[in-house]
Write a new protein. Structure first.
Length: 318
């Protein structure tokens, strides 16, 4: 009887060791765990993995046995990860990223590469960064497709983790700390008006005249009448006359063409704009830094390394 108990204990220990042995852990299980952590839904994880829902449920059962933890519990909408599952999230994603990098070719040939990249950008970045980048990309890698989507700062990290976005064009203060980031350039402001504007002559624009002129301001919400210029004026005890607010830099040339309004705008947005006069503002206005951000998911991938370098070189040469 004692011998039987000893044998049972030996087999139990061996089974416990095998359960935690890497040889018994299928890499596909880690992919399933990663998808479940991202999607918080068995149904959505199954769709992402191109598997049936019962198949993913079966994989979850194996994962629970492997890690000796429930990993997820049912909620009103989808599933909620346990603390153990949340602890596993970053290591699992790192393992999958490194494994994917191992499978990538050691040499990347842009001229024959076929892939799609997604960039999150504001309308400013679309004109100042993506337009010149596309010109270079089409010359060197004509089979790479580019999708541009709006920046959703509150969802950006998740989008980059899941591969919904590959790069984001942001500013240092809006780039989440958990992302890789590279500052591309420093932007400054200029004053823009139509070429036949009454104040478009060669004379410098004085501070007094600047404050008198009706102006249009770019605001992402479209309803604010104060910005960086107004902050700079306030320090001097001055105010300007903002009579219009729009939510896109790209609308400015058309608005200025049909009015006597002037606008303070980032200098790079004036490149290639016809029938406009550009003047130096009569006061110092704090500019901003444009930053490229990306996730660790693509950090070591040769394809994305090449794309980051090309993008940075393109805007630096401007």
């Amino acid at each position: 009887m004692i011998a039987d108990i000893i044998i049972i204990d030996i087999y139990a220990d061996r089974n416990e060791q095998m359960k935690n042995d890497i040889r018994t852990l299928d890499l596909n299980l880690l992919k399933a765990l990663d998808a479940l952590l991202d999607e918080r839904s068995v149904t959505r994880a199954a769709a992402r993995l191109s598997l049936t829902q019962p198949a993913v449920s079966g994989m979850l059962a194996r994962l629970r046995d492997c890690f000796d933890d429930p990993l997820f519990s049912r909620a009103q909408r989808g599933i909620v990860p346990t603390l153990r599952a949340l602890e596993l999230a970053a290591p699992v994603k790192k393992i999958l990223n490194e494994t994917e990098a191992l499978l990538q070719p050691k040499v990347f040939n842009p001229s024959s590469a076929e892939m799609t990249i997604t960039l999150a950008a504001t309308d400013y970045a679309l004109k100042a960064v993506i337009v010149p980048f596309i010109a270079k990309l089409r010359q060197q890698a004509p089979n790479i497709r580019v999708a541009v989507v709006p920046v959703h700062y509150e969802r950006l990290v998740g989008q980059l983790e899941r591969g919904e976005v590959d790069f984001a064009l942001v500013t240092p203060d809006t780039a989440p700390q958990e992302l890789h980031a590279r500052n591309l350039f420093e932007e400054h402001y200029v004053c823009m008006m139509r070429a036949d504007h009454p104040d478009a002559g060669p004379e410098p624009l004085t501070l007094a005249r600047f404050c008198e002129l009706d102006q249009v301001l770019v605001s992402f919400t479209g309803d604010k009448f104060s910005g960086a210029t107004d902050e700079a004026l306030a320090k001097l005890g001055r105010k300007r006359k903002v009579v219009m607010a729009v939510n896109s830099f790209l609308m400015l040339p058309e608005i200025l063409q049909v009015s006597d309004l002037i606008a303070v705008t980032p200098a790079r947005l004036t490149t290639g704009v016809e029938k406009m006069t550009i003047k130096t503002p009569p006061l110092a206005i704090t500019g901003f830094t444009k930053t490229l951000a990306w996730h660790d998911r693509t950090h070591s991938d040769l394809r994305y390394c090449w794309l980051r370098t090309l993008l940075a070189e393109t805007v630096t040469m401007q």
